[in-house]
Ligand binder design. Structure first.
Ligand code: 5GP
Length: 120
């Protein structure tokens, strides 16, 4: 089981292009790529290129406000790029109860089908 450590994760290998990923957006601070196990027709993960202690949202400090805003704004840009005019869902899983499995903060952008609420 994954633990909430500050050690490198599989996402560092994706950032460093050591393992392949389908990258859909990239700038100097953020990388967005398709989830390997998609839960909807569009399922993209947005991550900061430098984790800076941000293993999960619960570890956020005030210095992270800029990157957190950048991640969320980029989710909107990518949603438009993906043609999700009918809507989409943003998810950030945190910790064991949140089903977080990779301890490098990531925003899920999920769309292309009708979502249900509340989630299980
Ligand atoms: P979490 O459960 O931590 O919120 O989400 C982690 C996500 O990362 C999962 O949806 C999982 O499918 C995805 N994932 C895990 N390993 C890889 C990988 O090597 N490549 C890609 N593209 N996605 C991955």
């Amino acid at each position: 089981a994954a633990v909430a450590s500050d050690s490198p994760t599989i996402f560092d290998k994706i950032i460093n292009k050591e393992i392949p990923a389908t990258i859909v957006y990239e700038d100097d601070k953020v990388l967005a790529f398709r989830d390997i196990n998609p839960q909807a027709p569009t399922h993209i993960l947005l991550i900061p290129k430098v984790r800076d202690g941000l293993t999960g949202l619960s570890k956020a400090e005030e210095r992270h406000c800029e990157i957190l805003g950048h991640l969320l704004y980029t989710a909107k840009v990518v949603a438009k790029q993906e043609g999700l005019e009918e809507g989409f869902r943003i998810v950030i899983n945190d910790g064991p109860n949140g089903c977080q499995s990779v301890y490098h903060i990531h925003v899920h952008l999920i769309g292309g089908r009708q979502m249900n609420w509340p989630p299980g």
